[in-house]
Ligand binder design. Sequence first.
Ligand code: ADP
Length: 252
Amino acid sequence: YGSRATCPSTTLEICELSETINALSEALDIQEELRKRLTSDIAHELRTPITTLQSHLELMIEGIWQADPERLEGLLNETSRLSNLVCDLSKIAQLEREQLIISLEELDLHALAIQVVETIKSEYYKKEVDLVVEGELALMMGDALKLKQVLINLLNNALKYTPKGGAVKVAVHASETDVALVVSDTGIGIPAKDMPHIFERFYRVDKSRARQSGGVGIGLSIVKAIVNAHGGQLEVRSEEQKGSVFTVRLPK
Ligand code: ADP
């Protein structure tokens, strides 16, 4: 159990072994702790909209409240939150089940980005944020569906966390060996203390801020898993109130 410096040389191997066992059991404890936290987070996330729906519907049935359009819209938003959460959870389950098997095909990441941006533009048509794609042909071997998911998650975040009047840019460039995908925004940014954790499952910088925007904190963990499965790398730079830049580098 002692540190290596206090071990006599004859027992060094045993010491090393016990260090490894200690490190492993610490890692397992952290894993277990994380799992417990996640379960209570999920329960909380599910409970809030369900309670709101229940109490509002009861009040309406008892005639205490009118079922006016504004209230009904509020309830509809709660059901959207529930369905987003269930959708995210099923994505995690699917990723775990498939152990992230990716099926490679030749694709042009720039064309894929244009496709995704077109779809997203129609979803965010009310949001006054400038959304552009830059770059050129970027041929690579990749899993088109999963890389679309990467683009969707990064763009959803960029748009969610960028206020009116801001700008979101997707740039795709190919070098001889890699393809780089850069999603940048002029949004609220990420505090430095949160940066090491944002790729963890269910981690949100500010629960109330994320809840308003409908996020549960798994978008980036999915991005990371997909990028890793492609043998790629993921980097982020961010400054509060200035914006964030997410860079994905994928081997061709
Ligand atoms: P969520 O579903 O909450 O958006 P993510 O895993 O996608 O979860 O992101 C984790 C956290 O990182 C978010 O809650 C948010 O606070 C922060 N974040 C992610 N992308 C951005 C961004 N482009 N600008 C500001 N904050 C971001």
